[in-house]
Ligand binder design. Sequence first.
Ligand SMILES: *Cc1c(COP(=O)(O)O)cnc(C)c1O
Length: 350
Amino acid sequence: MSTWQKNIRVVEPYVPGEQPKLQNIIKLNTNENPYPPAPAVVETAQNIDMNRLKLYPDPTASRLVEALAKFHGVKPTQIFPGVGSDDVLSIAFLTFFNSDKPVLFPDITYSFYKVWAAVYRIPYETPALDENFNIVAEDYYRENGGVVIANPNAPTAIYRNLDFIRDILDHNQDSIVIVDEAYIDFGGVSALTLLDEYENLVIVRTYSKSKSMAGIRIGYAIASETLIKAMNDVKYSINSYTMNMPSIELGAVAIENNDYYDEVAQKVIATRERTVKRLAELGFECLDSKANFVFARHKSIAGKTLFEELKREGVYVRHFDDERINDFLRITIGTDEQMERLFELLEKYR
Ligand SMILES: *Cc1c(COP(=O)(O)O)cnc(C)c1O
């Protein structure tokens, strides 16, 4: 092997869900929202003056940051915006996890966490979920270099209440605790109310699921001013202009029209509850979901078989080859019509 070859950073990358180019498929594999963005977002997008693209965007994304601060009742200096929450989480890992001690996150969770840890050379350990796929709080009581909890967790969809989050925080006063709330708008209670008490808490949110804007790439962190300043210092050391002009505008308009998204979330939740019932009739067990997807296993048929069979019929769901969960399918909640097609296909396995 040549010297330059040895100097290449080798990582095993995260594998995103498929984005098939085929028409007429039913896409229930990446937890996108089946409903369109708020009408005001679409209208603003159609009227953005594209001549403005000749200028750099506002590096502070202040229009977006101020709208988010107002919405959440925090100071603008407590918001860090990024290109999807993946960007925000990546900067958070780089900024906060600089200890020799391992960062802790569950064995079954968002699989990107261990990829960031690997690429940034952050030591980590992954305490196992219990047999009911719950996070075991006691596993996070030991010394560590940081903690990352997705709440609701992915891909299990299981939500833990604020007593649980508070317990994790109380036992980790010497670490930064990241709570990834990608799915919090689908029935959970946010840890936002704990921000005043815990200066080491970082909450991460995304526009990709509840705001129907996965395609524009917006996410953000909410935390104490000290932590947000540290994230900005790192960001400005890599790329000052992460947020493009249209996403700054449209992200602000979206949060200013959040009533629309509350209604969308209610529709998704109603469909989810119907889905859980129907899947039970069809021989599936679903973990308790407070997300816009369900994690379900059939009583007798292997996850992979069902995954492939559904794909052949044009219904894409997600399957993970990981041993503990390979009997499960992660099924995004689509429209009622899309779910009907899924149920129809599953009838023959009843
Ligand atoms: C979807 C997802 C993300 C990433 O969202 P983007 O904002 O689209 O980058 C982060 N965390 C979890 C748990 C997710 O499910």
